[in-house]
Design a protein around this ligand. Structure first.
Ligand SMILES: CC(=O)SCCNC(=O)CCNC(=O)[C@H](O)C(C)(C)COP(=O)(O)OP(=O)(O)OC[C@H]1O[C@@H](n2cnc3c(N)ncnc32)[C@H](O)[C@@H]1OP(=O)(O)O
Ligand SMILES: CC(C)C(=O)C(=O)O
Ligand SMILES: [Mg+2]
Length: 512
């Protein structure tokens, strides 16, 4: 059985999802999990796009040893130089250069003639090859590119030293049949194609990203690109977990396998969902909450008699284990630590202590503390910056009634340690809290989006709030979880403000 390489771009194309904004610690936590999942190549970011991304890519390249780490660059020397600075410490330094080849992109976006595009691509790949042993080149919008032009430019970049040629369906336009033919055409018409590997990168605008990726594999792609949970630009990328499980379950149809450790899929999906704020729909293939749930009597009857009547994937295959150890108010540190480890968290003693305290506080308020609750506590603790000056919620009270305007009174510690208290009103309780926080903090904050979800079920489920704000003109995201919706709302707001302050302070210190 042939092996297909998995190129994960959750931390680059996945992070391009509207509203997603991962900080360094969050990226590192996902990177560690992707390594555990067994991806072959991890695209950690786009180093030239921001100081924060540069630092995250560098740290990931310097630490991850179980797979190759790559970063994206435009076809220019500045992007390539920055990518080299970020990636040179990696186990297998690898660069991903892209340049659009379709008429609409060349004419309107790049404002270049096809000849200039060939020249720019060749120059960039040759320059990158002076530094990187592996250079991947992507023909952005390949599926809307003139075939003869595509064949011509691919031949030239291979001559310039490209070791992987990616043919992305950038706008999710193609169909499985057409995408397979594109790979055949390139294989049959590029004379030096044997010197490079072929890669597929699909977007889901028409809902065909996974099918298109599978078609590419059958027509010569030896590398597939995608993201966990299919997150990404617009409608997202091909969901890697779906491709890997399809290849496993339909071995009779596909003679290809990935190196993914399938039982790590669920944890990876949970972590990505939690840290990005991109919720996984209940009916999502492979990882959705309902993917292994049977509701109707005839199905239940069938599954009870023989699970394969209605279940083609076993939950255990993707890491969903029905045997679970229940943690509650009588549990101690050892059981908690063991649970954290079973979820794949490597916490310092300090962070473990902090998470355990949050867990114990929760057991005092909630009848049953579920695995989802524990996972939320551990994720929040693991990705919280320590010892950084920040705004902290000390206490708050909200008065709500159907006659008077809701009023929030909040006691806050400011980054300089001063305690301040203020009250303000709003049309609703959350608005009253946000108006009061606005009065208490120095930053110029505007709320762009607010999402509320429950972690688990039941009346006493934890509330999780994701917000998007602009803080001093910078777009940022924040999340907060608490048993009370209003507290989670306040925490999410402050989390976003603190993230901006900490990122800004970190960069300022590094630039100084
Ligand atoms: C299909 C994809 O997923 S492509 C990857 C998309 N990812 C991102 O854009 C990451 C986030 N981006 C950013 O932070 C910013 O866009 C930056 C830092 C990369 C660039 O910012 P700016 O310099 O302000 O440029 P801006 O984004 O407005 O425009 C892009 C420029 O890059 C050019 N460009 C686009 N693709 C390429 C390429 N592959 N190679 C060289 N130049 C390119 C555009 O033509 C435009 O150039 P122009 O300024 O001469 O018109
Ligand atoms: C950068 C390229 C490969 C990309 O993400 C796309 O074309 O979708
Ligand atoms: Mg893409």
């Amino acid at each position: 059985m042939a092996h297909v390489k998995v190129f994960d771009t959750t931390l680059r194309d996945g992070e391009q999802s509207a509203g997603v904004n991962l900080n360094r610690l969050e990226k590192i936590e996902i990177a560690k999990q992707l390594e555990r999942l067994g991806v072959d190549i991890m695209e950690a970011g786009f180093p030239a796009s921001s100081q924060g991304d540069f630092e995250a890519v560098k740290e990931i390249a310097d630490t991850v040893r179980g797979c190759s780490v790559t970063g994206l660059a435009r076809a220019n020397k500045k992007d390539i130089d920055m990518a080299w600075e970020a990636l040179k410490g990696g186990a297998e330094p690898r660069l991903h250069i892209f340049l659009a080849t379709s008429p609409v992109h060349m004419t309107h976006k790049l404002k270049k003639t096809p000849e200039e595009v060939v020249e720019t691509a060749v120059e960039a790949v040759s320059y990158a090859k002076e530094k990187f042993p592996y250079v991947q080149w992507s023909a952005e919008d390949a599926c809307r590119t003139d075939l003869d032009f595509l064949v011509h430019i691919v031949e030239k970049v291979i001559d310039a030293g490209a070791t992987v040629i990616n043919l992305p369906d950038t706008v999710g336009y193609t169909t499985p049949d057409e995408y397979g033919k594109l790979f055949d055409y390139v294989k049959n018409n590029v004379p030096n194609i044997h010197k490079a590997a072929l890669s597929a990168h699909c977007h889901d605008d028409l809902g065909m990203a996974v099918s298109n990726s599978l078609a590419a594999i059958e027509h010569g792609a030896t590398q597939i690109e995608g993201t966990i949970n299919g997150i990404g630009e617009r409608a997202g990328n091909a969901a890697l977990e779906e491709i890997a499980v399809a290849l496993q379950i339909r071995q009779d149809r596909f003679d290809f396998q990935t190196n993914l450790v399938l039982k790590e899929i669920k944890r990876t999906s949970d972590l990505v969902s939690k840290l990005t704020g991109m919720m996984v729909p209940g009916n999502k293939a492979v990882v959705g909450r309902n993917a292994f749930a049977h509701e109707s009597g005839i199905h239940q009857d069938g599954v009870l008699k023989e699970s394969t009547t209605y279940e083609i994937i076993t939950p255990a295959m993707v890491g969903i284990d029905s045997n679970r150890m229940v943690l509650g108010k009588h549990s101690g540190r050892h059981a908690f630590k063991q649970k954290a480890e079973s979820f794949g968290f490597e916490l310092t003693e300090e962070k473990l202590k902090e998470a355990f305290t949050s867990f114990k506080n929760l057991t005092g308020k909630k009848k049953e503390v579920t695995d989802d609750d524990v996972f939320a506590i551990l994720t929040d603790t693991q990705t919280a910056y320590e010892d950084q000056p920040k705004y902290e919620l000390k206490a708050f009270q909200v008065q709500y009634g159907s006659i008077n305007k809701p009023t929030a009174t909040i006691l806050l510690t400011r980054p300089d340690g001063e305690e301040v208290e203020r009250a303000n009103t709003g049309e609703g309780s959350v608005e009253a809290i946000y108006n009061t926080l606005d009065d208490l903090i120095d930053e110029d904050v505007h709320l762009q989006d607010y999402q509320l979800n429950s972690i688990g079920r039941g009346r006493d489920a934890l509330a999780e709030v994701h917000v998007q704000l602009t803080v001093n003109g910078r777009k940022t995201a924040g999340r907060g979880s608490a048993q009370d919706v209003l507290e989670a709302s306040a925490q999410a707001f402050l989390n976003a403000v603190n993230r901006t302050l900490i990122n800004y302070q970190t960069s300022a210190v590094q630039q100084a």
